[in-house]
Ligand binder design. Structure first.
Ligand code: SAH
Length: 351
Protein backbone atom coordinates (compact mmCIF):
# COMPACT_ATOMS: atom_id res chain seq x y z
CA UNK A 1 0.00 0.00 0.00
CA UNK A 2 2.90 2.31 0.74
CA UNK A 3 3.87 2.17 -2.93
CA UNK A 4 0.34 2.93 -4.03
CA UNK A 5 -0.70 5.49 -1.45
CA UNK A 6 1.69 6.41 1.35
CA UNK A 7 -0.97 7.75 3.71
CA UNK A 8 -1.37 5.30 6.60
CA UNK A 9 -5.12 5.65 6.71
CA UNK A 10 -5.37 4.04 3.27
CA UNK A 11 -3.67 0.92 4.58
CA UNK A 12 -6.01 0.97 7.59
CA UNK A 13 -9.03 1.22 5.32
CA UNK A 14 -7.86 -1.77 3.33
CA UNK A 15 -7.05 -3.72 6.49
CA UNK A 16 -10.51 -3.07 7.91
CA UNK A 17 -12.20 -4.00 4.66
CA UNK A 18 -10.32 -7.29 4.48
CA UNK A 19 -10.37 -8.39 8.10
CA UNK A 20 -13.29 -6.66 9.80
CA UNK A 21 -15.80 -6.53 6.95
CA UNK A 22 -14.28 -9.59 5.29
CA UNK A 23 -15.02 -8.35 1.79
CA UNK A 24 -14.73 -11.12 -0.77
CA UNK A 25 -14.45 -8.74 -3.70
CA UNK A 26 -12.11 -5.77 -3.84
CA UNK A 27 -14.88 -3.68 -5.42
CA UNK A 28 -16.73 -3.84 -2.10
CA UNK A 29 -14.03 -1.70 -0.47
CA UNK A 30 -16.05 1.37 -1.38
CA UNK A 31 -14.10 3.70 0.88
CA UNK A 32 -11.09 3.31 -1.41
CA UNK A 33 -10.93 5.30 -4.65
CA UNK A 34 -12.17 3.31 -7.64
CA UNK A 35 -8.79 3.54 -9.38
CA UNK A 36 -7.01 2.04 -6.36
CA UNK A 37 -9.59 -0.75 -6.09
CA UNK A 38 -9.06 -1.61 -9.72
CA UNK A 39 -5.29 -1.62 -9.35
CA UNK A 40 -5.46 -3.88 -6.29
CA UNK A 41 -7.92 -6.16 -8.02
CA UNK A 42 -5.65 -6.57 -10.98
CA UNK A 43 -2.59 -7.39 -8.96
CA UNK A 44 -3.81 -9.35 -5.94
CA UNK A 45 -6.30 -11.96 -4.84
CA UNK A 46 -7.94 -11.63 -1.43
CA UNK A 47 -7.31 -15.28 -0.71
CA UNK A 48 -6.22 -18.15 -2.90
CA UNK A 49 -7.50 -20.75 -0.41
CA UNK A 50 -10.54 -22.51 -1.84
CA UNK A 51 -13.32 -24.45 -0.20
CA UNK A 52 -13.24 -27.75 -2.08
CA UNK A 53 -15.95 -29.52 -0.10
CA UNK A 54 -18.09 -29.22 3.02
CA UNK A 55 -19.26 -32.19 5.08
CA UNK A 56 -21.97 -31.73 7.65
CA UNK A 57 -22.61 -34.09 10.54
CA UNK A 58 -25.96 -34.67 12.20
CA UNK A 59 -24.85 -32.59 15.23
CA UNK A 60 -24.17 -29.54 13.03
CA UNK A 61 -20.40 -29.97 12.95
CA UNK A 62 -18.96 -29.12 9.56
CA UNK A 63 -15.71 -30.21 8.08
CA UNK A 64 -14.23 -27.93 5.42
CA UNK A 65 -11.86 -29.45 2.92
CA UNK A 66 -9.67 -26.65 1.58
CA UNK A 67 -7.35 -26.53 -1.40
CA UNK A 68 -4.24 -24.39 -1.31
CA UNK A 69 -2.54 -22.74 -4.27
CA UNK A 70 -0.10 -25.61 -4.80
CA UNK A 71 -2.76 -28.31 -4.75
CA UNK A 72 -2.16 -29.29 -1.11
CA UNK A 73 -5.26 -29.96 1.03
CA UNK A 74 -5.99 -29.00 4.62
CA UNK A 75 -9.09 -29.04 6.78
CA UNK A 76 -10.87 -26.90 9.32
CA UNK A 77 -13.84 -27.79 11.47
CA UNK A 78 -16.79 -25.67 12.51
CA UNK A 79 -18.30 -26.75 15.81
CA UNK A 80 -21.54 -25.05 16.84
CA UNK A 81 -22.06 -25.00 20.60
CA UNK A 82 -24.77 -23.54 22.84
CA UNK A 83 -22.90 -20.41 23.98
CA UNK A 84 -20.15 -19.85 21.44
CA UNK A 85 -19.07 -21.54 18.27
CA UNK A 86 -15.64 -22.99 17.79
CA UNK A 87 -13.47 -23.14 14.71
CA UNK A 88 -10.72 -25.73 14.72
CA UNK A 89 -7.82 -24.68 12.52
CA UNK A 90 -4.90 -26.35 10.83
CA UNK A 91 -1.42 -24.87 11.07
CA UNK A 92 0.39 -27.34 8.82
CA UNK A 93 -0.69 -29.48 5.87
CA UNK A 94 -0.24 -32.92 7.34
CA UNK A 95 1.97 -33.32 10.39
CA UNK A 96 5.53 -34.50 11.03
CA UNK A 97 4.95 -35.87 14.53
CA UNK A 98 3.89 -39.49 13.92
CA UNK A 99 1.63 -39.92 16.97
CA UNK A 100 0.48 -43.54 16.79
CA UNK A 101 -3.22 -42.86 17.43
CA UNK A 102 -3.69 -39.97 14.97
CA UNK A 103 -4.76 -40.14 11.32
CA UNK A 104 -3.15 -36.80 10.41
CA UNK A 105 0.21 -38.35 11.29
CA UNK A 106 -0.25 -40.83 8.45
CA UNK A 107 -0.02 -38.01 5.91
CA UNK A 108 3.40 -36.91 7.06
CA UNK A 109 4.25 -33.23 6.73
CA UNK A 110 3.42 -31.69 3.36
CA UNK A 111 4.36 -28.17 4.37
CA UNK A 112 3.83 -25.31 6.81
CA UNK A 113 0.88 -23.01 6.22
CA UNK A 114 1.68 -19.34 5.86
CA UNK A 115 -0.08 -16.79 8.06
CA UNK A 116 -2.51 -15.92 5.27
CA UNK A 117 -3.54 -19.56 4.89
CA UNK A 118 -4.16 -19.85 8.62
CA UNK A 119 -6.23 -16.68 8.73
CA UNK A 120 -8.10 -17.62 5.54
CA UNK A 121 -9.60 -20.65 7.29
CA UNK A 122 -11.46 -18.42 9.75
CA UNK A 123 -12.22 -15.83 7.11
CA UNK A 124 -13.77 -18.39 4.74
CA UNK A 125 -15.76 -20.18 7.43
CA UNK A 126 -17.18 -17.00 8.96
CA UNK A 127 -18.21 -15.83 5.50
CA UNK A 128 -19.72 -19.22 4.70
CA UNK A 129 -21.69 -19.44 7.94
CA UNK A 130 -22.70 -15.83 8.50
CA UNK A 131 -22.14 -14.12 5.17
CA UNK A 132 -19.46 -11.56 4.28
CA UNK A 133 -18.80 -9.13 7.07
CA UNK A 134 -21.61 -10.34 9.35
CA UNK A 135 -20.65 -10.59 13.01
CA UNK A 136 -20.83 -14.05 14.59
CA UNK A 137 -23.83 -13.62 16.85
CA UNK A 138 -22.48 -15.76 19.68
CA UNK A 139 -18.80 -15.02 19.46
CA UNK A 140 -16.26 -17.47 18.23
CA UNK A 141 -13.50 -19.48 19.84
CA UNK A 142 -10.51 -20.56 17.83
CA UNK A 143 -8.62 -23.74 18.59
CA UNK A 144 -5.35 -24.54 16.85
CA UNK A 145 -6.09 -28.23 17.08
CA UNK A 146 -6.51 -29.23 13.46
CA UNK A 147 -3.78 -30.65 11.28
CA UNK A 148 -0.21 -30.01 12.29
CA UNK A 149 1.93 -28.95 15.20
CA UNK A 150 1.53 -25.18 15.67
CA UNK A 151 4.78 -24.72 17.59
CA UNK A 152 6.74 -26.18 14.67
CA UNK A 153 5.36 -23.36 12.52
CA UNK A 154 5.92 -20.74 15.16
CA UNK A 155 6.41 -17.51 13.20
CA UNK A 156 3.44 -17.97 10.90
CA UNK A 157 1.16 -19.10 13.72
CA UNK A 158 2.00 -16.10 15.88
CA UNK A 159 1.57 -13.79 12.93
CA UNK A 160 -1.89 -15.27 12.32
CA UNK A 161 -2.77 -14.88 16.00
CA UNK A 162 -1.80 -11.21 15.94
CA UNK A 163 -4.06 -10.79 12.90
CA UNK A 164 -6.97 -12.54 14.63
CA UNK A 165 -6.56 -10.35 17.70
CA UNK A 166 -6.12 -7.00 15.97
CA UNK A 167 -9.03 -4.81 17.16
CA UNK A 168 -9.20 -3.12 13.75
CA UNK A 169 -9.69 -6.49 12.11
CA UNK A 170 -11.37 -9.62 13.40
CA UNK A 171 -11.01 -8.42 16.97
CA UNK A 172 -10.98 -11.89 18.53
CA UNK A 173 -9.76 -11.92 22.12
CA UNK A 174 -6.47 -13.71 22.74
CA UNK A 175 -8.21 -15.47 25.62
CA UNK A 176 -10.61 -17.11 23.18
CA UNK A 177 -7.84 -18.71 21.16
CA UNK A 178 -6.25 -21.98 22.28
CA UNK A 179 -3.05 -23.39 20.87
CA UNK A 180 -2.48 -27.09 21.35
CA UNK A 181 0.99 -28.62 21.28
CA UNK A 182 2.20 -32.19 21.43
CA UNK A 183 5.04 -30.91 23.62
CA UNK A 184 7.51 -28.76 21.69
CA UNK A 185 9.30 -27.55 24.79
CA UNK A 186 11.33 -24.66 23.28
CA UNK A 187 8.13 -23.42 21.62
CA UNK A 188 6.29 -23.41 24.94
CA UNK A 189 9.09 -21.40 26.51
CA UNK A 190 9.08 -18.95 23.64
CA UNK A 191 5.31 -18.57 23.74
CA UNK A 192 5.57 -17.64 27.40
CA UNK A 193 7.38 -14.43 26.36
CA UNK A 194 4.80 -13.23 23.82
CA UNK A 195 2.86 -10.06 24.61
CA UNK A 196 -0.14 -11.40 22.67
CA UNK A 197 -0.56 -15.11 23.17
CA UNK A 198 -3.28 -17.73 23.11
CA UNK A 199 -4.24 -20.11 25.88
CA UNK A 200 -2.08 -23.20 26.02
CA UNK A 201 -3.15 -26.82 25.70
CA UNK A 202 -0.73 -29.73 25.86
CA UNK A 203 -1.46 -33.18 24.46
CA UNK A 204 -0.14 -35.59 27.05
CA UNK A 205 -1.81 -39.00 26.67
CA UNK A 206 0.72 -40.95 28.72
CA UNK A 207 2.31 -40.74 32.15
CA UNK A 208 5.48 -42.77 31.61
CA UNK A 209 8.27 -42.06 29.16
CA UNK A 210 8.22 -45.68 28.04
CA UNK A 211 4.63 -45.44 26.84
CA UNK A 212 4.80 -41.85 25.64
CA UNK A 213 7.90 -42.65 23.57
CA UNK A 214 5.78 -45.25 21.77
CA UNK A 215 2.58 -43.27 21.37
CA UNK A 216 4.08 -39.82 20.74
CA UNK A 217 7.62 -40.07 19.38
CA UNK A 218 8.18 -36.38 20.11
CA UNK A 219 8.66 -37.57 23.69
CA UNK A 220 12.03 -39.01 22.69
CA UNK A 221 13.15 -35.49 21.93
CA UNK A 222 11.54 -33.75 24.93
CA UNK A 223 10.76 -36.10 27.77
CA UNK A 224 7.95 -35.89 30.31
CA UNK A 225 10.39 -34.30 32.79
CA UNK A 226 11.39 -31.53 30.37
CA UNK A 227 7.77 -30.96 29.39
CA UNK A 228 6.73 -30.77 33.01
CA UNK A 229 9.45 -28.22 33.82
CA UNK A 230 8.31 -25.98 30.93
CA UNK A 231 4.69 -26.21 32.08
CA UNK A 232 5.56 -25.43 35.69
CA UNK A 233 7.52 -22.36 34.63
CA UNK A 234 4.86 -21.14 32.20
CA UNK A 235 3.58 -17.77 33.47
CA UNK A 236 -0.19 -17.99 33.74
CA UNK A 237 -2.47 -14.98 33.63
CA UNK A 238 -5.48 -14.37 35.83
CA UNK A 239 -8.02 -17.20 35.47
CA UNK A 240 -5.73 -19.09 33.18
CA UNK A 241 -5.04 -22.82 33.25
CA UNK A 242 -2.99 -25.08 31.06
CA UNK A 243 -5.29 -27.68 29.52
CA UNK A 244 -3.97 -31.18 29.15
CA UNK A 245 -5.49 -33.41 26.49
CA UNK A 246 -5.43 -37.10 27.24
CA UNK A 247 -6.60 -39.57 24.60
CA UNK A 248 -8.18 -42.57 26.35
CA UNK A 249 -6.78 -45.80 24.88
CA UNK A 250 -8.26 -49.04 26.08
CA UNK A 251 -5.91 -50.95 28.35
CA UNK A 252 -2.90 -48.76 27.52
CA UNK A 253 -3.01 -45.50 29.45
CA UNK A 254 -6.29 -45.67 31.34
CA UNK A 255 -5.61 -47.55 34.59
CA UNK A 256 -6.15 -46.19 38.11
CA UNK A 257 -2.39 -46.14 38.41
CA UNK A 258 -2.12 -43.95 35.29
CA UNK A 259 -4.64 -41.56 36.81
CA UNK A 260 -2.68 -41.35 40.04
CA UNK A 261 0.59 -40.83 38.16
CA UNK A 262 -1.09 -38.07 36.19
CA UNK A 263 -2.17 -36.39 39.44
CA UNK A 264 1.43 -36.44 40.67
CA UNK A 265 2.78 -35.22 37.33
CA UNK A 266 0.39 -32.25 37.36
CA UNK A 267 1.35 -31.24 40.88
CA UNK A 268 2.43 -27.59 40.89
CA UNK A 269 0.73 -26.78 37.56
CA UNK A 270 -2.60 -24.97 37.43
CA UNK A 271 -4.12 -27.61 35.18
CA UNK A 272 -7.36 -28.69 33.60
CA UNK A 273 -7.66 -32.08 31.99
CA UNK A 274 -9.71 -33.03 28.94
CA UNK A 275 -10.18 -36.73 28.50
CA UNK A 276 -10.73 -37.54 24.83
CA UNK A 277 -12.25 -40.93 24.00
CA UNK A 278 -10.11 -42.32 21.21
CA UNK A 279 -11.74 -41.78 17.82
CA UNK A 280 -11.28 -45.06 16.06
CA UNK A 281 -10.38 -45.65 12.46
CA UNK A 282 -9.97 -48.93 10.58
CA UNK A 283 -6.37 -47.89 9.98
CA UNK A 284 -5.55 -47.33 13.66
CA UNK A 285 -4.66 -50.22 16.00
CA UNK A 286 -6.44 -48.79 19.08
CA UNK A 287 -9.86 -48.73 20.68
CA UNK A 288 -11.27 -46.25 23.12
CA UNK A 289 -11.47 -46.99 26.83
CA UNK A 290 -14.99 -47.99 27.80
CA UNK A 291 -17.14 -45.26 29.28
CA UNK A 292 -17.03 -46.69 32.81
CA UNK A 293 -13.22 -46.61 32.71
CA UNK A 294 -13.18 -43.01 31.52
CA UNK A 295 -15.58 -42.01 34.31
CA UNK A 296 -13.44 -43.76 36.91
CA UNK A 297 -10.31 -42.02 35.56
CA UNK A 298 -12.10 -38.70 35.75
CA UNK A 299 -13.22 -39.42 39.28
CA UNK A 300 -9.66 -40.03 40.49
CA UNK A 301 -8.46 -36.75 38.98
CA UNK A 302 -11.41 -34.82 40.34
CA UNK A 303 -10.95 -36.27 43.80
CA UNK A 304 -7.43 -34.82 43.68
CA UNK A 305 -8.87 -31.40 42.89
CA UNK A 306 -8.10 -31.34 39.16
CA UNK A 307 -10.94 -30.03 36.99
CA UNK A 308 -11.44 -32.86 34.52
CA UNK A 309 -13.81 -33.00 31.57
CA UNK A 310 -14.72 -35.66 29.08
CA UNK A 311 -14.67 -34.34 25.57
CA UNK A 312 -17.50 -35.88 23.63
CA UNK A 313 -16.66 -36.48 20.00
CA UNK A 314 -18.09 -34.10 17.45
CA UNK A 315 -18.43 -34.95 13.79
CA UNK A 316 -17.09 -38.48 13.97
CA UNK A 317 -19.21 -39.73 11.07
CA UNK A 318 -17.74 -37.13 8.72
CA UNK A 319 -14.14 -37.71 9.88
CA UNK A 320 -14.02 -34.34 11.63
CA UNK A 321 -13.31 -35.43 15.22
CA UNK A 322 -9.96 -35.19 17.04
CA UNK A 323 -7.27 -37.14 15.24
CA UNK A 324 -9.43 -37.88 12.21
CA UNK A 325 -8.28 -35.08 9.93
CA UNK A 326 -6.70 -36.72 6.93
CA UNK A 327 -8.10 -34.59 4.09
CA UNK A 328 -10.56 -37.30 3.19
CA UNK A 329 -12.84 -36.80 0.23
CA UNK A 330 -16.28 -38.23 -0.26
CA UNK A 331 -14.96 -41.36 -1.98
CA UNK A 332 -12.48 -42.03 0.84
CA UNK A 333 -15.10 -41.50 3.47
CA UNK A 334 -17.44 -44.07 2.01
CA UNK A 335 -14.72 -46.68 2.00
CA UNK A 336 -12.80 -46.06 5.18
CA UNK A 337 -15.62 -45.15 7.53
CA UNK A 338 -18.30 -47.35 6.04
CA UNK A 339 -18.88 -49.07 9.37
CA UNK A 340 -19.88 -45.82 11.05
CA UNK A 341 -22.47 -45.01 8.39
CA UNK A 342 -21.35 -41.66 7.05
CA UNK A 343 -24.20 -39.22 6.96
CA UNK A 344 -23.18 -36.59 4.51
CA UNK A 345 -25.00 -33.92 2.68
CA UNK A 346 -23.99 -30.95 0.66
CA UNK A 347 -23.13 -28.08 2.91
CA UNK A 348 -25.78 -25.54 2.08
CA UNK A 349 -25.59 -22.46 4.24
CA UNK A 350 -28.54 -22.41 6.65
CA UNK A 351 -30.90 -19.49 6.32
N1 SAH B 1 -0.20 -31.25 17.19
C1 SAH B 1 -0.99 -30.57 18.18
C2 SAH B 1 -2.31 -30.05 17.62
C3 SAH B 1 -3.29 -31.13 17.20
S1 SAH B 1 -4.52 -31.21 18.41
C4 SAH B 1 -1.24 -31.49 19.37
O1 SAH B 1 -0.94 -32.67 19.27
O2 SAH B 1 -1.68 -31.02 20.40
C5 SAH B 1 -5.26 -32.75 18.06
C6 SAH B 1 -5.68 -33.44 19.32
O3 SAH B 1 -6.35 -34.66 18.98
C7 SAH B 1 -4.51 -33.82 20.21
O4 SAH B 1 -4.82 -33.52 21.55
C8 SAH B 1 -4.41 -35.32 20.01
O5 SAH B 1 -3.89 -35.95 21.16
C9 SAH B 1 -5.83 -35.71 19.76
N2 SAH B 1 -5.99 -36.94 18.99
C10 SAH B 1 -5.19 -37.40 18.01
N3 SAH B 1 -5.66 -38.57 17.52
C11 SAH B 1 -6.78 -38.84 18.19
C12 SAH B 1 -7.75 -39.89 18.13
N4 SAH B 1 -7.65 -40.88 17.25
N5 SAH B 1 -8.80 -39.84 18.98
C13 SAH B 1 -8.92 -38.83 19.86
N6 SAH B 1 -8.07 -37.80 19.94
C14 SAH B 1 -7.00 -37.81 19.13
Amino acid sequence: MKERDPRPYRAHQLFEALYRRRIADMQAATDLPASLRRALDEEFVITDVEIADIFQASDGTRRYLLHLRDGVSVESVWIPEPYADTICLSTQAGCPLACAFCMTARLGLKRNLDAGEIVAQVWLILNDIYGPGAKPERGVNLVLMGMGEPLLNYENVLRAIRLFCDPRGMGISQRRITLSTAGVVPGIRRLAQEPVRPELAVSLSATTNALRDQLMPINRRWSLEELRAACREYPLRRNEWISFEYVMLDGLNDSDEDARRLVRWLCGIRAKVNLIPHNPDPELPFTSSPEARILRFQQILRAAGIPTFIRHPRGREIAAACGQLAARRREDLMGSLASSEPRIRDGATPA
